[in-house]
Write a protein that binds this ligand. Structure first.
Ligand code: THU
Length: 142
């Protein structure tokens, strides 16, 4: 399903919430704050931030926290994702997050990436993860 277009008002809220979510990051090791916010097709906003761990590889990115929260809350249809960091140019989702997001989105799903000044770059999932592997590639018995 193609996500419905995001309105300017929705994008404003999405960016504000993603930027505010940076303050909830637990990142004592990297000190690299990442905030994320998803807009669902039902008009709900679900945030996440990175959560690190003393055993470094155990830490989780903001995007996966946000999508995990959304999915266990019963959401299935998503309109857009915003990710905010304190750097510029803006950071884009890591490879593991791209695959994680791909599970729940379509190729045209937009990912808005905000830099420290509030400027953004937007790319679709198809651009971020071309030739991807997803649920439809598994045989029915899996
Ligand atoms: N991080 C994210 O939260 N999202 C990304 O897409 C890239 C990296 C986090 C992981 C770690 O807590 C910190 O940023 C530094 O890598």
């Amino acid at each position: 399903m193609t996500p419905s277009p995001i309105t300017p008002a929705e994008l404003e809220i999405l960016s504000t919430k993603a930027t505010a979510a940076k303050a909830t990051a637990y990142c004592p090791y990297s000190k690299f704050r990442v905030g994320a916010c998803i807009l669902t097709e039902q008009g709900e906003y679900i945030t996440g931030a990175n959560v690190e761990n003393a055993s470094f590889p155990v830490g989780t990115c903001a995007e996966r926290v946000a999508f995990g929260t959304a999915v266990v809350s019963g959401h299935k249809d998503f309109k857009a994702l915003a990710v905010a960091t304190d750097i510029k140019p803006p950071a884009s989702p890591c490879g593991m997050c791209r695959q994680f997001i791909r599970e729940f989105t379509t190729p045209s799903f937009p990912v808005y990436m905000y830099d420290v000044d509030g400027n953004y770059v937007v790319k679709t999932m198809e651009e971020l993860l071309p030739d991807s592997f997803g649920p439809d590639n598994l045989p029915p018995s899996s």
